[in-house]
Ligand binder design. Structure first.
Ligand SMILES: Cc1cc2nc3c(=O)[nH]c(=O)nc-3n(C[C@H](O)[C@H](O)[C@H](O)COP(=O)(O)OP(=O)(O)OC[C@H]3O[C@@H](n4cnc5c(N)ncnc54)[C@H](O)[C@@H]3O)c2cc1C
Length: 407
């Protein structure tokens, strides 16, 4: 195994950290103030456009894209350390046009989109002119099992007609969100993994309604998580992404690199929490000595460092495997990092909150918001249990010959 990032990755990381320290973090209060002044929790603060312009000038743009003229063409292993930096800074991903769900959507548009679809949607996304959302999860079925998805995409002449009810369509409340990648059933009689397709739906198409934003732990800022209704939405047949019945395959293709991005960001989040924990422990005095001198505090700091290192190494191993032997051979690792990165982030942030006392649960420090985000990582992109199930299935498969007949 060789996890050494290339010189280019190191160099980009250095520039990303410099951009974050000098430009992005100082803009955080401006960003919050502009949104507060607008009175709209989903208002996109204009300072973000300044940050994006500066990122482009510095050559820190579309770093996620592995192919094509507009991306940085980094391997997973080289992009991973950049994601970690992005995870520790709330505005950095969007400022560099590397934010979810756009990154996953751009990847599948680059891979499966027709020239027309790319012209219409991929190029403005790559330019940072519009944003997008991904509509798969539905309120009335257990969506961790994607074969349950029941929304319909039905062919009618030269069009497809879309009907369904979705929720947790992240980003749908952002006024810049212009297109959805929608997943629905095209053939209910096909094999369960060939029933679904993906289609591109303009958010201003008649019949698309964003009913409300779903608050997460009471928070609803930013692009929001939309509950969305799709009532007889008609789009040209050319909007189908890939082939009919190819929805699952596209969803799988979207998963691998996206998983590395998510996990390294979660590790960046955990690093920031540990950073805050250590600073607080050294400066806060109780019972005659700094908190840092209490054995229990030291143990929690040590435990956090160990967990972060474990999670980072496993994620880098996964990135390295994806680059060298491919996604299929890395399936167990891809599932494992999803579980471990969310667990480490919530564990470390939880310890940091405890160390901060009451301040930890206020908005005076970023820990409460970080915790809310980390907690959702146990659910998004499939709940932990589903990934554990896959890992266990592969492990048990090695012993299938020992199973008694009839079971
Ligand atoms: C903040 C946030 C953002 C999201 N963004 C998006 C988005 O942009 N687009 C989108 O389409 N979706 C999005 N989601 C939805 C997310 O992907 C789903 O919530 C997730 O896949 C689980 O589906 P579900 O909520 O229907 O849970 P269910 O399928 O109802 O599962 C509920 C629980 O059942 C248990 N469970 C399920 N299967 C098993 C099993 N095999 N073994 C044991 N236990 C099991 C788990 O504990 C699971 O949490 C988002 C969710 C959140 C919270």
């Amino acid at each position: 195994m060789d996890f050494q990032p290339s010189l280019r990755s190191d160099e980009l990381k250095g520039r990303l950290v410099e951009f974050d320290d000098a430009v992005v973090r100082p803009a955080e209060p401006v960003y919050r103030q502009q949104r507060a002044d607008s009175g709209d929790p989903h208002f996109p603060p204009p300072v973000m456009e300044d940050l994006k312009a500066e990122a482009r000038t510095r050559g820190l743009w579309n770093l996620f894209l592995p192919d094509g003229d507009q991306g940085a063409k980094l391997s997973n292993l080289d992009y991973a350390p950049l994601c970690e930096v992005m995870g520790s800074s709330p505005l950095l991903s969007e400022a560099t046009n590397c934010a979810a769900p756009d990154t996953g959507n751009m990847e599948i548009l680059a891979q499966f989109g027709t020239p027309l679809q790319q012209e219409q949607w991929l190029h403005p996304l790559l330019e940072g002119e519009i944003r997008s959302c991904f509509a798969m999860t539905e309120p009335w079925v257990a969506s961790s099992d994607a074969t349950n998805i029941s929304s319909r995409i039905e062919r009618d002449g030269d069009d497809y007609v879309i009907s369904g009810h979705k929720w947790f369509t992240s980003g749908a409340l952002d006024p810049r969100c212009k297109v959805a990648v929608f997943m629905g059933v095209t053939d209910p009689h096909a094999d369960p993994h060939r029933r679904q397709s993906m289609i591109l739906v303009p958010m201003d198409a008649p019949g698309v309604t964003v009913v409300r934003g779903l608050p997460v732990f009471g928070h609803s800022e930013g692009g929001g998580h939309g509950e969305t209704l799709w009532e007889n939405v008609r789009v040209p047949k050319e909007n189908l992404l890939g082939e009919e019945g190819g929805g699952f395959a596209i969803a799988q293709a979207r998963l691998g690199p996206g998983r590395i991005h998510h996990c390294m960001r979660a590790i960046g989040l955990a690093e920031r929490a540990l950073d805050l924990m250590c600073m607080r422990a050294q400066t806060r005095v109780a019972f005659g000595k700094p908190l840092a001198d209490q054995g229990v505090v030291r143990e929690r700091i040590a435990e956090s460092r160990i967990q972060i290192e474990e999670a980072r190494l496993l994620t880098l191993k996964t990135a390295w495997m994806m680059d060298t032997v491919g996604k299929k051979a890395a399936q167990t690792e891809i599932a494992a990092i999803k579980v471990i990165a969310a667990r480490v982030a919530t564990d470390v942030i939880d310890r940091a909150i405890q160390l901060f006392g009451g301040a930890g649960v206020t908005d005076d420090w970023p820990l409460a918001a970080m915790y809310a985000h980390a907690r959702t990582l146990h659910l998004v992109d499939g709940p932990d249990e589903v990934h554990m199930r896959q890992i266990a299935r592969r492990e048990l498969g090695k012993y299938a010959h020992l199973r008694p007949a009839g079971f």
